[in-house]
Design a protein around this ligand. Structure first.
Ligand code: UFG
Length: 341
């Protein structure tokens, strides 16, 4: 299939583009490069465009003749969303409105959407399955839940076929170490633990040691970015076969504490992680673990790199090789490699 991949120069999008190409699909990346990286696109065709421009989107769909869209482009910092909800609703929610309008105009009726565990809010039971109440506790989660509602309404009104994939904690890097996670600022646990090993930051702060968990630290369900990428391709092909629209969780079903992540990093790097104990981070739930039974059953997905050392080990290899993209694109440098006609 010919596919437009919004946010395809970002962390999860760039890994998915590689898997799409290996499977014989023809992805074209659509990214404004404000948070994505030109280098992460590797040699995939790239349109530099903005979700907030209907012209950019319609031009991209027209030029590429796309039959489906994988929609990763979004802002994803919970903390930032609390201070700047306007930016999150505009970029994540209104931007997706534009995308849906452009898709309708070009009769593109299949969409795989990056949703998040944040649509559930504070868990009332664990593991979390898809029927868990959706009560997000921050603007980021609400900006994504609103999109899920929009997708359902567009399905009813316009026959949109969609897959909403609710990621738990995306982690790791490509197995060949060519692409990986590079956020600025970096707030995520695994990259910060590894940055403390290389000396990029003096130490990692354990955000709360008084949680009601066996070792007192927060538990999360870390899922390898390569397994996430595979799930997108399965969801796309499901829609391509005319499969039913749905929302699916993506996690491994196994939780790991902050301390276990730190121990894993010490095992894979053979180095000591400097740590300090700090206060809980506002808005953090103590335990977030997915039930991914539904996507296993419906789409035959299963994580291939589920053990923590594989996930942390791939992230460590990426960090060891430099772990940062060199080209931070400025607007002047942001040139499209797939001209819009
Ligand atoms: N943590 C630390 N020290 C750090 C960073 C994180 O102890 O320096 C802890 C956090 O408190 C949390 C765990 O490590 O318990 C994981 O934190 P991350 O920041 O890596 O990930 P989150 O679970 O906060 O965020 C993830 C996704 C978000 C999504 C959110 C939904 O990255 O996009 O889950 O709850 F919104």
């Amino acid at each position: 299939m010919k596919i437009l991949v919004t946010g395809g120069a970002g962390y999860i999008g760039s890994h998915t583009v590689r898997v799409l190409r290996l499977r014989g699909h023809e992805p074209v990346i659509f990214d404004n490069l404000t948070r994505g990286h030109r280098e992460a696109a590797l040699d995939a065709p790239l349109i530099v465009g903005d979700l907030l421009s209907l012209d950019d989107l319609t031009g991209a769909l027209r030029t590429t003749g796309s039959e489906a869209v994988l929609h990763f482009a979004a802002f994803t910092y919970v903390g930032e969303s609390v201070g700047h909800p306007d930016v999150y609703y505009r970029n994540n929610t209104a931007g997706t409105m534009n995308l849906l309008e452009a898709m309708r105009k070009h009769k593109v009726s299949k969409l795989v959407f990056s949703s998040t565990a944040a649509v559930y809010g504070d868990p009332i039971r664990t593991p979390i399955d898809e029927s868990h109440p959706q009560s997000p506790v921050n603007p980021y989660g609400r900006s994504k839940l609103m999109v899920e509602w929009m997708l359902r309404d567009h399905q009813v009104a316009f026959g949109l076929g969609f897959a909403a994939l609710r990621y738990f904690n995306a982690a790791g890097a490509s197995l060949d170490g060519r692409i990986g996670e590079d956020h600025d600022p970096e707030t995520h646990l695994i990259p910060r633990v590894l940055m403390s090993i290389t000396g990029e930051i003096p130490e990692v702060t354990i955000l709360g040691t008084d949680w009601e968990t066996p070792d007192g630290t927060c538990i999360r369900d870390y899922i390898h970015v390569e397994d996430l990428a595979q799930a997108h391709v399965l969801a796309l092909e499901h829609l391509g076969r005319g499969g039913a629209s749905n929302a699916w969780n993506l996690g491994t079903g196994k939780g790991h504490s902050v301390k276990e992540v730190i121990q894993s990093a010490e095992r894979v790097s053979h180095r000591k992680v400097p740590t300090v104990s700090g206060a809980r981070r506002a808005g953090d739930p103590g335990v977030l673990v997915a039930s991914s039974d539904k996507i296993r059953k419906d789409l035959g997905w299963k994580p291939e790199h589920a053990d923590l050392d594989s996930i942390v080990g791939s992230a460590w290899r990426w960090i060891e090789k430099g772990g940062r993209y060199k080209n931070k694109a400025t607007p002047e440098e942001a040139q499209t490699t797939h001209p819009i006609r």
